[in-house]
Design a protein around this ligand. Structure first.
Ligand code: SF4
Length: 302
């Protein structure tokens, strides 16, 4: 079995940056630190941070008064951050600069009195943060058929931003439809999909076309990892989404000769290595089995 590891698998710089900021803050403090949500979308990393005293909370009101609260790499509703500061918490913001850029574009659209459309998942923390910069006056679209229900034309100017981890072809289809439906409107589109996400999506697309199976490693709560799996599965039927190597034990990889492995932007290297180690062992066992089967002497015809 040939195993191909995607060159871009694993942590993006925004995630690395958030973890480094959090660890540096914990080293400087002997008190518990709090994160408003998961610093990044990977349970194993969240657990490791918890082990060094960085605890997840859902709202600043449950933190020790005056303590330090961290904002996740995905950002947050800015009004919540403001409230926390006003209540005397020390706030450390790890929001990825690429997401901060989406916030600025959204703010600019608001000032230009554009009708704002956010292409993204309304349940995702990043999108909740973005909409706060539109003062809640944006509409969120995640599927092309949702465009019908939009009340377009509330302004003669439209401004579109995109969740940084959105699926590229889906985004393109939604933008095309929006432009068709707003033919007389001035439409400004900011393609805010993250370059790291684009690179990972393009790479998995290419790999999925030349292998027999694809393993996407990461948390199911990670939006960008889920996109990688969706893209891989559209091209390669044998695509699997696992958060740990142990989930592969039940996967039948019999007959697979070429396999690609990739990991989302929030997947740590040590989990990807675990998966590679498992596949390497499997490949070794298969080759031993193949050698054994080819060296078994054929029975001579009687
Ligand atoms: S995927 Fe991109 S936008 Fe998201 S944290 Fe990483 S670098 Fe930032």
């Amino acid at each position: 079995m040939e195993i191909i590891l995607a060159e871009q698998a694993g942590f993006c710089w925004g995630v690395k940056r958030a973890i480094e900021i959090a660890i540096a803050a914990s080293q400087k403090s002997s008190n518990t630190l709090y994160v408003l949500g998961h610093l990044i979308h990977n349970e194993a990393v969240v657990q490791k941070l918890d082990n060094i005293g960085i605890k997840v909370i859902e709202h600043w009101s449950v933190a020790e008064p005056g303590s330090t609260v961290l904002i996740t790499a995905h950002g947050l509703d800015y009004r919540i951050i403001r409230q926390a500061k006003e209540k005397g918490f020390q706030v450390i913001d790890t929001t990825c600069p690429i997401i901060q850029k989406v916030h600025r574009f959204t703010r600019q659209f608001l000032h230009e009195q554009r009708q704002i459309i956010i292409i993204g998942n309304p349940e995702h923390i990043e999108v909740k943060g973005i909409i706060s910069y539109a003062d809640g006056k944006a509409e969120i679209v995640s599927r092309i058929d949702e465009i019908e229900r939009l009340n377009l034309g509330r302004s003669d100017k439209l401004g579109v931003v995109v969740q940084t981890t959105f699926n590229i072809p889906k985004m393109q289809a939604i933008i095309q439809r929006l432009q068709q439906q707003s033919a007389t409107t001035n439409v400004m589109v900011r393609n805010t999909i993250c370059p790291d996400v684009m690179g990972k999506q393009n790479e998995v697309k290419e790999l999925a076309a030349i292998v027999d199976a694809v393993i996407v490693v990461g948390s199911k709560s990670s939006s960008n990892t889920t996109r990688l799996f969706e893209i891989a599965r559209e091209i390669c039927e044998k695509s699997y989404f696992v958060s740990r190597a142990s989930e592969l034990y039940v996967v039948n990889l019999h007959g697979v000769e070429k396999i690609a492995v990739t990991g989302g932007a929030s997947t740590p290297d040590w989990i990807i290595d675990e998966v590679l180690e498992y596949l390497n062992r499997l490949a070794l066992n298969q080759s031993i089995f193949e050698v054994k089967s080819t060296t078994v002497p054929l029975m001579s015809p009687i």
